[in-house]
Design a protein around this ligand. Structure first.
Ligand code: ATP
Ligand code: MG
Length: 458
Protein backbone atom coordinates (compact mmCIF):
# COMPACT_ATOMS: atom_id res chain seq x y z
CA UNK A 1 0.00 0.00 0.00
CA UNK A 2 1.25 3.44 -0.90
CA UNK A 3 1.10 5.34 2.36
CA UNK A 4 2.83 8.72 2.80
CA UNK A 5 4.02 8.07 6.33
CA UNK A 6 5.65 10.78 8.40
CA UNK A 7 9.29 10.08 9.25
CA UNK A 8 8.93 11.79 12.61
CA UNK A 9 5.87 9.71 13.54
CA UNK A 10 7.89 6.65 12.53
CA UNK A 11 10.68 7.61 14.94
CA UNK A 12 8.22 8.17 17.79
CA UNK A 13 6.68 4.75 17.18
CA UNK A 14 10.09 3.06 16.92
CA UNK A 15 11.25 4.59 20.18
CA UNK A 16 8.15 3.40 22.06
CA UNK A 17 8.44 -0.08 20.62
CA UNK A 18 12.13 -0.37 21.51
CA UNK A 19 10.99 -0.05 25.10
CA UNK A 20 8.50 -2.88 24.72
CA UNK A 21 5.32 -0.87 24.14
CA UNK A 22 3.08 -0.88 21.08
CA UNK A 23 2.30 2.24 19.06
CA UNK A 24 0.36 3.25 15.94
CA UNK A 25 -0.60 6.35 14.04
CA UNK A 26 -4.37 6.71 14.50
CA UNK A 27 -7.46 8.66 13.56
CA UNK A 28 -7.55 11.71 11.32
CA UNK A 29 -3.99 11.36 10.00
CA UNK A 30 -4.61 7.83 8.75
CA UNK A 31 -7.86 8.93 7.12
CA UNK A 32 -6.23 11.95 5.47
CA UNK A 33 -3.21 9.98 4.23
CA UNK A 34 -5.51 7.37 2.64
CA UNK A 35 -7.47 10.20 1.02
CA UNK A 36 -4.25 11.49 -0.48
CA UNK A 37 -4.35 14.63 1.67
CA UNK A 38 -1.41 15.74 3.74
CA UNK A 39 -2.33 15.22 7.41
CA UNK A 40 -1.90 18.40 9.46
CA UNK A 41 -0.63 16.39 12.40
CA UNK A 42 0.19 12.79 13.20
CA UNK A 43 -1.47 11.46 16.33
CA UNK A 44 0.16 8.44 17.90
CA UNK A 45 -1.69 5.99 20.15
CA UNK A 46 0.26 3.68 22.40
CA UNK A 47 -0.06 0.98 25.02
CA UNK A 48 2.37 2.95 27.22
CA UNK A 49 0.88 4.96 30.09
CA UNK A 50 1.56 8.73 29.96
CA UNK A 51 4.39 8.50 32.50
CA UNK A 52 5.87 5.56 30.58
CA UNK A 53 5.78 7.58 27.38
CA UNK A 54 7.49 10.45 29.17
CA UNK A 55 10.22 8.07 30.32
CA UNK A 56 10.79 6.83 26.76
CA UNK A 57 11.46 10.42 25.72
CA UNK A 58 13.42 11.50 28.78
CA UNK A 59 16.03 13.13 26.53
CA UNK A 60 13.41 15.24 24.69
CA UNK A 61 11.03 17.94 25.78
CA UNK A 62 7.77 16.38 26.85
CA UNK A 63 4.75 18.53 27.59
CA UNK A 64 1.99 17.14 29.76
CA UNK A 65 -0.68 18.65 27.52
CA UNK A 66 -3.54 16.43 28.57
CA UNK A 67 -1.98 13.80 30.77
CA UNK A 68 -5.29 13.24 32.57
CA UNK A 69 -6.77 12.11 29.26
CA UNK A 70 -3.61 10.26 28.38
CA UNK A 71 -2.02 12.76 26.01
CA UNK A 72 1.55 13.99 26.17
CA UNK A 73 3.26 16.07 23.51
CA UNK A 74 6.72 14.95 22.54
CA UNK A 75 9.11 17.38 20.87
CA UNK A 76 11.38 15.23 18.76
CA UNK A 77 13.80 16.85 16.30
CA UNK A 78 11.98 20.15 16.72
CA UNK A 79 8.60 18.73 15.75
CA UNK A 80 5.67 18.23 18.11
CA UNK A 81 3.84 14.93 18.16
CA UNK A 82 0.89 14.02 20.36
CA UNK A 83 1.13 10.61 21.96
CA UNK A 84 -2.00 9.30 23.65
CA UNK A 85 -2.39 6.17 25.72
CA UNK A 86 -4.94 3.65 24.43
CA UNK A 87 -8.09 4.47 26.30
CA UNK A 88 -11.78 3.87 26.54
CA UNK A 89 -14.34 6.31 27.79
CA UNK A 90 -17.09 5.46 30.21
CA UNK A 91 -20.33 6.86 31.55
CA UNK A 92 -21.53 9.63 29.27
CA UNK A 93 -24.22 10.74 31.69
CA UNK A 94 -24.39 14.31 30.37
CA UNK A 95 -24.34 13.50 26.66
CA UNK A 96 -21.23 15.51 25.95
CA UNK A 97 -18.19 14.15 27.70
CA UNK A 98 -17.21 10.95 29.41
CA UNK A 99 -17.36 10.82 33.20
CA UNK A 100 -14.04 9.01 33.13
CA UNK A 101 -11.40 7.77 30.77
CA UNK A 102 -9.79 4.43 31.41
CA UNK A 103 -6.41 3.51 30.03
CA UNK A 104 -6.26 0.14 28.31
CA UNK A 105 -3.53 -1.96 26.75
CA UNK A 106 -5.33 -3.06 23.57
CA UNK A 107 -5.48 -1.04 20.35
CA UNK A 108 -8.84 -2.62 19.42
CA UNK A 109 -10.55 -1.08 22.42
CA UNK A 110 -9.13 2.34 21.63
CA UNK A 111 -10.32 2.17 18.03
CA UNK A 112 -13.80 1.05 19.06
CA UNK A 113 -14.45 4.27 21.04
CA UNK A 114 -13.81 6.48 18.00
CA UNK A 115 -16.71 8.14 16.24
CA UNK A 116 -16.71 7.09 12.56
CA UNK A 117 -15.23 4.13 10.73
CA UNK A 118 -13.07 6.42 8.60
CA UNK A 119 -11.60 7.87 11.82
CA UNK A 120 -11.09 4.50 13.50
CA UNK A 121 -8.15 3.11 11.57
CA UNK A 122 -4.57 2.75 12.73
CA UNK A 123 -1.39 2.52 10.70
CA UNK A 124 1.97 1.01 11.55
CA UNK A 125 5.00 1.50 9.33
CA UNK A 126 5.82 -2.24 9.48
CA UNK A 127 2.55 -3.98 10.32
CA UNK A 128 0.47 -1.79 8.00
CA UNK A 129 -3.17 -0.78 8.28
CA UNK A 130 -5.45 -1.88 11.09
CA UNK A 131 -9.01 -1.52 9.90
CA UNK A 132 -11.47 -3.31 12.16
CA UNK A 133 -14.68 -1.54 11.17
CA UNK A 134 -14.50 -1.27 7.40
CA UNK A 135 -13.15 2.27 7.39
CA UNK A 136 -11.16 1.72 4.23
CA UNK A 137 -14.24 0.54 2.30
CA UNK A 138 -16.25 3.48 3.64
CA UNK A 139 -13.52 5.90 2.57
CA UNK A 140 -13.45 4.37 -0.89
CA UNK A 141 -17.24 4.53 -1.13
CA UNK A 142 -17.33 8.08 0.24
CA UNK A 143 -19.46 7.16 3.22
CA UNK A 144 -19.75 8.32 6.82
CA UNK A 145 -20.73 5.57 9.21
CA UNK A 146 -20.62 5.30 12.99
CA UNK A 147 -18.47 2.76 14.73
CA UNK A 148 -21.02 0.59 16.51
CA UNK A 149 -24.63 1.50 17.09
CA UNK A 150 -25.22 5.02 15.76
CA UNK A 151 -27.91 6.15 18.19
CA UNK A 152 -25.91 5.13 21.21
CA UNK A 153 -22.81 6.85 19.88
CA UNK A 154 -24.71 10.12 19.42
CA UNK A 155 -26.30 9.76 22.85
CA UNK A 156 -22.81 9.51 24.33
CA UNK A 157 -21.67 12.70 22.62
CA UNK A 158 -24.04 14.82 20.55
CA UNK A 159 -21.21 16.73 18.90
CA UNK A 160 -20.52 13.61 16.83
CA UNK A 161 -23.67 14.41 14.84
CA UNK A 162 -22.12 17.65 13.70
CA UNK A 163 -18.70 16.09 13.17
CA UNK A 164 -20.23 13.51 10.87
CA UNK A 165 -22.01 16.20 8.89
CA UNK A 166 -18.79 18.19 8.76
CA UNK A 167 -16.83 15.30 7.26
CA UNK A 168 -19.61 14.67 4.73
CA UNK A 169 -19.66 18.36 3.72
CA UNK A 170 -15.88 18.65 3.55
CA UNK A 171 -15.28 15.46 1.56
CA UNK A 172 -18.50 15.28 -0.43
CA UNK A 173 -19.43 12.01 1.31
CA UNK A 174 -22.85 10.48 1.80
CA UNK A 175 -24.06 9.43 5.22
CA UNK A 176 -24.93 5.79 5.68
CA UNK A 177 -28.62 5.27 6.31
CA UNK A 178 -28.65 4.11 9.91
CA UNK A 179 -26.17 6.85 10.83
CA UNK A 180 -28.27 9.48 9.02
CA UNK A 181 -31.45 8.32 10.76
CA UNK A 182 -29.76 8.42 14.15
CA UNK A 183 -28.46 11.94 13.46
CA UNK A 184 -32.01 13.13 12.91
CA UNK A 185 -33.43 11.20 15.84
CA UNK A 186 -30.81 12.37 18.29
CA UNK A 187 -30.48 15.95 17.01
CA UNK A 188 -31.79 17.52 20.22
CA UNK A 189 -28.60 16.28 21.88
CA UNK A 190 -26.86 19.22 20.25
CA UNK A 191 -28.53 21.42 22.87
CA UNK A 192 -26.21 19.90 25.46
CA UNK A 193 -23.04 20.76 23.59
CA UNK A 194 -20.96 23.80 24.51
CA UNK A 195 -21.28 26.60 21.94
CA UNK A 196 -17.50 26.68 21.47
CA UNK A 197 -17.44 23.07 20.27
CA UNK A 198 -20.43 23.60 17.98
CA UNK A 199 -18.71 26.70 16.63
CA UNK A 200 -15.56 24.82 15.56
CA UNK A 201 -17.49 22.13 13.70
CA UNK A 202 -20.08 24.46 12.19
CA UNK A 203 -17.44 26.78 10.80
CA UNK A 204 -15.64 23.92 9.10
CA UNK A 205 -18.88 22.39 7.90
CA UNK A 206 -20.12 25.59 6.29
CA UNK A 207 -16.97 26.00 4.23
CA UNK A 208 -17.12 22.39 3.06
CA UNK A 209 -17.71 21.95 -0.65
CA UNK A 210 -20.98 20.10 -0.06
CA UNK A 211 -22.34 22.31 2.70
CA UNK A 212 -25.50 23.25 0.73
CA UNK A 213 -26.41 19.60 0.19
CA UNK A 214 -25.85 18.75 3.84
CA UNK A 215 -27.89 21.78 4.98
CA UNK A 216 -30.69 20.69 2.67
CA UNK A 217 -30.71 17.05 3.76
CA UNK A 218 -30.27 17.71 7.47
CA UNK A 219 -32.06 21.03 7.91
CA UNK A 220 -33.84 19.92 11.12
CA UNK A 221 -30.47 19.11 12.70
CA UNK A 222 -29.23 22.64 11.98
CA UNK A 223 -32.51 24.07 13.20
CA UNK A 224 -31.63 22.80 16.69
CA UNK A 225 -28.76 25.23 17.18
CA UNK A 226 -29.81 27.76 14.52
CA UNK A 227 -33.52 28.35 15.19
CA UNK A 228 -33.21 31.46 12.97
CA UNK A 229 -33.29 29.32 9.84
CA UNK A 230 -36.49 27.46 10.64
CA UNK A 231 -38.96 30.06 9.40
CA UNK A 232 -37.28 30.03 5.98
CA UNK A 233 -38.11 26.38 5.31
CA UNK A 234 -40.78 26.21 2.63
CA UNK A 235 -41.63 29.92 2.92
CA UNK A 236 -43.13 30.86 -0.47
CA UNK A 237 -42.13 34.27 -1.82
CA UNK A 238 -44.99 34.89 -4.27
CA UNK A 239 -42.88 37.36 -6.19
CA UNK A 240 -41.95 37.26 -9.88
CA UNK A 241 -38.28 37.80 -9.04
CA UNK A 242 -38.24 34.52 -7.19
CA UNK A 243 -38.82 30.95 -8.24
CA UNK A 244 -37.82 29.23 -4.98
CA UNK A 245 -39.01 29.36 -1.42
CA UNK A 246 -36.75 31.32 0.92
CA UNK A 247 -34.81 28.30 2.16
CA UNK A 248 -34.29 26.76 -1.26
CA UNK A 249 -33.22 30.18 -2.55
CA UNK A 250 -30.70 30.39 0.31
CA UNK A 251 -29.28 26.95 -0.45
CA UNK A 252 -28.98 27.72 -4.14
CA UNK A 253 -27.27 31.00 -3.36
CA UNK A 254 -24.84 29.07 -1.16
CA UNK A 255 -24.06 26.81 -4.09
CA UNK A 256 -22.79 29.86 -6.01
CA UNK A 257 -21.10 31.54 -3.08
CA UNK A 258 -17.53 30.20 -3.22
CA UNK A 259 -15.99 28.75 -0.09
CA UNK A 260 -15.10 31.80 1.98
CA UNK A 261 -16.56 31.45 5.46
CA UNK A 262 -17.75 35.06 5.87
CA UNK A 263 -19.49 34.97 2.49
CA UNK A 264 -21.16 31.65 3.22
CA UNK A 265 -22.28 32.70 6.68
CA UNK A 266 -23.71 35.97 5.33
CA UNK A 267 -25.54 34.12 2.56
CA UNK A 268 -26.96 31.65 5.07
CA UNK A 269 -28.59 34.46 7.03
CA UNK A 270 -29.19 37.05 4.32
CA UNK A 271 -32.90 36.38 3.91
CA UNK A 272 -33.68 35.02 7.37
CA UNK A 273 -35.66 38.21 8.02
CA UNK A 274 -37.98 37.61 5.08
CA UNK A 275 -40.67 35.47 6.71
CA UNK A 276 -41.33 37.98 9.49
CA UNK A 277 -41.42 40.99 7.15
CA UNK A 278 -43.69 39.43 4.53
CA UNK A 279 -46.56 41.50 3.17
CA UNK A 280 -48.82 40.97 0.17
CA UNK A 281 -50.03 43.77 -2.08
CA UNK A 282 -53.42 44.04 -3.74
CA UNK A 283 -52.23 42.01 -6.71
CA UNK A 284 -51.19 39.17 -4.42
CA UNK A 285 -47.48 39.86 -4.87
CA UNK A 286 -45.24 39.20 -1.87
CA UNK A 287 -42.87 41.86 -0.51
CA UNK A 288 -40.26 41.85 2.23
CA UNK A 289 -39.69 45.52 3.00
CA UNK A 290 -36.96 46.04 5.56
CA UNK A 291 -35.94 42.40 5.66
CA UNK A 292 -32.16 43.08 5.63
CA UNK A 293 -32.38 44.82 9.01
CA UNK A 294 -34.25 41.88 10.51
CA UNK A 295 -31.82 39.39 8.94
CA UNK A 296 -29.01 41.48 10.39
CA UNK A 297 -30.46 41.17 13.88
CA UNK A 298 -31.08 37.43 13.54
CA UNK A 299 -27.54 36.83 12.27
CA UNK A 300 -26.14 38.83 15.13
CA UNK A 301 -28.10 36.82 17.69
CA UNK A 302 -27.09 33.50 16.16
CA UNK A 303 -23.41 34.39 15.92
CA UNK A 304 -23.34 35.71 19.48
CA UNK A 305 -24.95 32.56 20.77
CA UNK A 306 -22.40 30.45 18.88
CA UNK A 307 -19.62 32.51 20.47
CA UNK A 308 -18.05 33.84 17.30
CA UNK A 309 -15.34 36.42 17.89
CA UNK A 310 -16.48 40.02 17.64
CA UNK A 311 -14.65 40.89 14.43
CA UNK A 312 -15.99 37.88 12.54
CA UNK A 313 -19.51 38.47 13.83
CA UNK A 314 -19.53 42.16 12.96
CA UNK A 315 -18.25 41.59 9.47
CA UNK A 316 -20.79 38.88 8.69
CA UNK A 317 -23.60 40.98 10.13
CA UNK A 318 -22.52 43.99 8.06
CA UNK A 319 -22.53 41.91 4.89
CA UNK A 320 -26.04 40.71 5.73
CA UNK A 321 -27.13 44.29 6.33
CA UNK A 322 -25.89 45.49 2.94
CA UNK A 323 -26.66 42.43 0.83
CA UNK A 324 -29.59 44.12 -0.87
CA UNK A 325 -28.38 47.74 -1.27
CA UNK A 326 -28.15 49.04 -4.78
CA UNK A 327 -24.70 50.16 -5.79
CA UNK A 328 -24.28 52.39 -8.83
CA UNK A 329 -21.54 51.54 -11.22
CA UNK A 330 -19.69 54.82 -10.68
CA UNK A 331 -16.10 55.20 -9.48
CA UNK A 332 -17.25 57.54 -6.70
CA UNK A 333 -19.76 55.00 -5.50
CA UNK A 334 -17.23 52.17 -5.58
CA UNK A 335 -14.73 54.31 -3.65
CA UNK A 336 -17.43 55.09 -1.09
CA UNK A 337 -18.07 51.36 -0.54
CA UNK A 338 -14.36 50.64 -0.41
CA UNK A 339 -14.09 53.26 2.28
CA UNK A 340 -16.95 51.73 4.22
CA UNK A 341 -16.02 48.05 3.95
CA UNK A 342 -12.41 47.82 2.82
CA UNK A 343 -11.41 45.92 -0.30
CA UNK A 344 -11.80 42.40 1.08
CA UNK A 345 -15.30 42.83 2.38
CA UNK A 346 -16.43 44.87 -0.61
CA UNK A 347 -15.36 41.98 -2.83
CA UNK A 348 -17.29 39.70 -0.51
CA UNK A 349 -20.36 41.89 -0.84
CA UNK A 350 -20.19 41.64 -4.62
CA UNK A 351 -19.78 37.88 -4.33
CA UNK A 352 -22.86 37.68 -2.09
CA UNK A 353 -24.89 39.77 -4.52
CA UNK A 354 -23.85 37.54 -7.38
CA UNK A 355 -24.78 34.39 -5.47
CA UNK A 356 -28.10 35.98 -4.46
CA UNK A 357 -28.85 36.88 -8.08
CA UNK A 358 -27.98 33.44 -9.41
CA UNK A 359 -30.60 31.96 -7.10
CA UNK A 360 -33.39 34.23 -8.37
CA UNK A 361 -35.79 33.86 -11.29
CA UNK A 362 -33.69 33.48 -14.46
CA UNK A 363 -35.61 36.20 -16.30
CA UNK A 364 -34.28 38.95 -14.04
CA UNK A 365 -30.72 37.75 -13.75
CA UNK A 366 -28.99 39.20 -16.86
CA UNK A 367 -29.19 42.93 -16.03
CA UNK A 368 -28.16 42.30 -12.44
CA UNK A 369 -25.23 40.14 -13.39
CA UNK A 370 -24.22 42.74 -15.93
CA UNK A 371 -24.25 45.44 -13.27
CA UNK A 372 -22.13 43.26 -10.98
CA UNK A 373 -19.64 42.56 -13.76
CA UNK A 374 -19.49 46.32 -14.40
CA UNK A 375 -18.83 46.95 -10.71
CA UNK A 376 -15.99 44.41 -10.74
CA UNK A 377 -14.48 46.28 -13.67
CA UNK A 378 -14.79 49.64 -11.95
CA UNK A 379 -13.30 48.17 -8.80
CA UNK A 380 -10.30 46.93 -10.79
CA UNK A 381 -9.84 50.39 -12.31
CA UNK A 382 -10.17 52.21 -8.99
CA UNK A 383 -7.60 49.92 -7.41
CA UNK A 384 -5.24 49.96 -10.40
CA UNK A 385 -5.30 53.78 -10.40
CA UNK A 386 -4.65 53.71 -6.68
CA UNK A 387 -7.57 56.05 -6.16
CA UNK A 388 -7.85 57.49 -2.70
CA UNK A 389 -10.58 55.98 -0.55
CA UNK A 390 -8.96 55.88 2.90
CA UNK A 391 -7.62 58.61 5.18
CA UNK A 392 -4.14 57.21 4.78
CA UNK A 393 -4.38 57.64 0.99
CA UNK A 394 -5.17 61.35 1.36
CA UNK A 395 -2.45 63.75 0.12
CA UNK A 396 -2.71 65.75 3.35
CA UNK A 397 -2.71 64.61 6.97
CA UNK A 398 -3.51 65.90 10.44
CA UNK A 399 -0.31 67.94 10.63
CA UNK A 400 -1.25 69.80 7.45
CA UNK A 401 -4.68 70.55 8.86
CA UNK A 402 -3.18 71.87 12.10
CA UNK A 403 -0.71 73.97 10.09
CA UNK A 404 -3.64 75.50 8.24
CA UNK A 405 -4.86 76.90 11.54
CA UNK A 406 -7.47 74.35 12.58
CA UNK A 407 -7.29 73.98 16.37
CA UNK A 408 -6.31 70.53 17.62
CA UNK A 409 -9.28 68.51 18.76
CA UNK A 410 -12.25 66.96 16.99
CA UNK A 411 -12.18 69.64 14.27
CA UNK A 412 -9.03 68.06 12.79
CA UNK A 413 -10.76 64.75 12.18
CA UNK A 414 -13.84 66.50 10.84
CA UNK A 415 -11.78 68.53 8.38
CA UNK A 416 -9.94 65.45 7.18
CA UNK A 417 -13.20 63.57 6.79
CA UNK A 418 -14.58 66.47 4.75
CA UNK A 419 -11.54 66.38 2.45
CA UNK A 420 -11.69 62.59 2.11
CA UNK A 421 -15.41 62.69 1.30
CA UNK A 422 -14.73 65.28 -1.38
CA UNK A 423 -11.96 63.21 -2.92
CA UNK A 424 -14.03 60.02 -2.83
CA UNK A 425 -16.93 61.79 -4.52
CA UNK A 426 -14.56 63.34 -7.07
CA UNK A 427 -15.37 66.92 -6.02
CA UNK A 428 -11.65 67.72 -5.70
CA UNK A 429 -8.52 65.90 -6.76
CA UNK A 430 -6.25 64.24 -4.23
CA UNK A 431 -3.56 66.90 -4.54
CA UNK A 432 -2.07 69.06 -1.83
CA UNK A 433 -2.81 72.39 -3.49
CA UNK A 434 -6.43 71.49 -4.27
CA UNK A 435 -6.96 70.14 -0.77
CA UNK A 436 -5.43 73.25 0.79
CA UNK A 437 -7.98 75.32 -1.16
CA UNK A 438 -10.81 73.04 -0.10
CA UNK A 439 -9.67 73.30 3.51
CA UNK A 440 -9.77 77.10 3.35
CA UNK A 441 -13.35 77.07 2.14
CA UNK A 442 -14.29 74.49 4.84
CA UNK A 443 -12.73 76.84 7.41
CA UNK A 444 -14.74 79.72 6.03
CA UNK A 445 -17.96 77.75 6.24
CA UNK A 446 -17.26 76.55 9.75
CA UNK A 447 -15.49 79.36 11.54
CA UNK A 448 -18.66 80.70 13.10
CA UNK A 449 -19.74 77.23 14.21
CA UNK A 450 -16.58 76.31 16.03
CA UNK A 451 -15.22 74.30 13.10
CA UNK A 452 -17.92 71.70 13.24
CA UNK A 453 -18.51 69.61 10.17
CA UNK A 454 -20.73 71.23 7.52
CA UNK A 455 -23.90 69.29 6.84
CA UNK A 456 -23.04 67.42 3.66
CA UNK A 457 -26.04 66.88 1.51
CA UNK A 458 -25.92 63.20 0.68
P1 ATP B 1 -9.40 16.94 11.85
O1 ATP B 1 -8.20 16.99 12.76
O2 ATP B 1 -9.09 16.94 10.42
O3 ATP B 1 -10.44 17.88 12.25
P2 ATP B 1 -9.84 14.51 13.18
O4 ATP B 1 -10.68 13.33 12.87
O5 ATP B 1 -8.38 14.28 13.33
O6 ATP B 1 -10.12 15.54 12.07
P3 ATP B 1 -9.72 15.40 15.85
O7 ATP B 1 -10.65 16.24 16.65
O8 ATP B 1 -8.32 15.81 15.68
O9 ATP B 1 -10.40 15.17 14.46
O10 ATP B 1 -9.77 13.95 16.54
C1 ATP B 1 -8.81 12.94 16.31
C2 ATP B 1 -9.48 11.58 16.37
O11 ATP B 1 -10.09 11.38 17.64
C3 ATP B 1 -10.60 11.39 15.36
O12 ATP B 1 -10.12 10.98 14.11
C4 ATP B 1 -11.45 10.34 16.03
O13 ATP B 1 -10.88 9.06 15.87
C5 ATP B 1 -11.33 10.72 17.49
N1 ATP B 1 -12.40 11.63 17.92
C6 ATP B 1 -12.37 12.99 17.92
N2 ATP B 1 -13.50 13.51 18.42
C7 ATP B 1 -14.27 12.45 18.76
C8 ATP B 1 -15.55 12.32 19.34
N3 ATP B 1 -16.27 13.41 19.66
N4 ATP B 1 -16.02 11.08 19.56
C9 ATP B 1 -15.29 9.99 19.24
N5 ATP B 1 -14.08 10.04 18.69
C10 ATP B 1 -13.56 11.26 18.45
MG1 MG C 1 -6.90 15.79 13.96
Amino acid sequence: MDFPFSAQAGRVIARLEEQGYEAYAVGGCVRDALLGRTPHDWDIATSALPEETARCFADCRVLETGARHGTVTVLLDGEACEVTTYRVEAGYTDGRRPDQVKFVRRLEDDLARRDFTINAMAYHPVRGLVDLFGGRADLDAGRIRCVGEARRRFQEDGLRILRGLRFAAAYGFIIEEATARAMREERERLHLIAAERVNVEFRRLLTGRDAPRILREFAPVFGVFLPEIRSMWGFEQRNPHHCWDVWEHTLRALESAGSDFLVRAAVLFHDSGKPSTYTQDGAGIGHFYGHPAVSERLADEALRRLKFDTDTRKRIVRLVKYHDVSIDNQPGCVRRWLNRLGEEDFRRLLQIKRADTLAQAPLYQPPRLELLAGLEGTLQTVLAQQDCFRLRDLAVNGRDVLAAGIPSGPAVGEALRYLLDGVIDGRFPNERAALAGALESWKGDNEGRGYSRPPVGR
